[in-house]
Design a protein around this ligand. Structure first.
Ligand SMILES: [Zn+2]
Length: 182
C-alpha cells in the first residue's frame, strides 16, 4: 500500500507543478508580451494605422521608399498612381497626383487585444475608447499615439492628417495629404 502510493503522489505532484508552470507561462505571455506590435514595428516615415482589436499595424505610405535607408523616402518622387488601400480593416484610396490617402475608418467598440501591446503602449492607448488610432513609428521603440478625432488636424513631417466623422454611417473619414516638395 505504502509503495503503491508513492508513485501516485509523485505523479500528482508532477501534474500540479506542470499546471502551475503552464499557468505562470500563460500569465507572463498575456501581461508582458515579448513582441509589442508597436514597439517592434519597423521604422516608418508615414503615419501608421493601428487596429486595437486585432493588433494590426500598417504604414499609410504615400511616397516611394528610399533605396537603402529604412524608414526614409526617396529624394526624387516620380510616378503617378491610383490604388485602393486596405489597411488593418480600414479601406480607401491612394493617389500620387496630388499625394493623398483617403480612408474610411469604421467604428469598433470591442475591447483592445491586450497581449499585442506592451504595458507602456497599453498605458498610452488606455483612454482610447474607439477601435483605431494612428501611431508615429519613426523613432524605433518610441511609438507616439495620435488619436483619430472628429475635426482633428495634425502635421507630422511631410504629412497633413485630418479626420471628419460622417454622422450618417459613423465612420471617420481620414485624409492624409503629402506635402513633400521634391
Ligand atoms: Zn510597446
Amino acid at each position: 500500500m505504502f509503495i503503491k502510493s508513492i508513485p501516485k503522489r509523485i505523479i500528482s505532484l508532477g501534474l500540479g507543478v506542470l499546471v502551475l508552470v503552464f499557468a505562470l507561462w500563460g500569465a507572463v505571455a498575456y501581461f508582458a508580451p515579448g513582441q509589442c506590435t508597436l514597439c517592434n514595428f519597423i521604422k516608418s516615415h508615414a503615419p501608421c494605422i493601428v487596429n486595437m482589436q486585432t493588433g494590426e499595424v500598417q504604414e499609410l505610405d504615400l511616397y516611394f521608399p528610399h533605396a537603402t535607408l529604412v524608414g526614409e523616402i526617396a529624394d526624387v518622387q516620380e510616378s503617378s498612381i491610383f490604388s485602393f488601400v486596405s489597411a488593418a480593416g480600414a479601406t480607401g484610396t491612394k493617389t500620387t497626383s496630388p499625394y493623398i490617402i483617403q480612408l474610411d475608418v469604421p467604428m469598433i467598440q470591442d475591447p483592445i487585444i491586450k497581449h499585442k501591446f506592451c504595458t507602456d503602449c497599453r498605458k498610452k492607448l488606455g483612454n482610447q475608447s474607439f477601435g483605431y488610432v494612428l501611431a508615429d513609428l519613426y523613432i524605433a521603440g518610441e511609438p507616439v499615439i495620435i488619436p483619430i478625432e472628429d475635426g482633428m488636424q495634425v502635421n507630422l513631417r511631410c504629412y497633413e492628417i485630418t479626420a471628419v466623422r460622417n454622422s450618417a454611417d459613423g465612420v471617420y473619414e481620414l485624409t492624409i495629404k503629402g506635402t513633400y516638395d521634391n
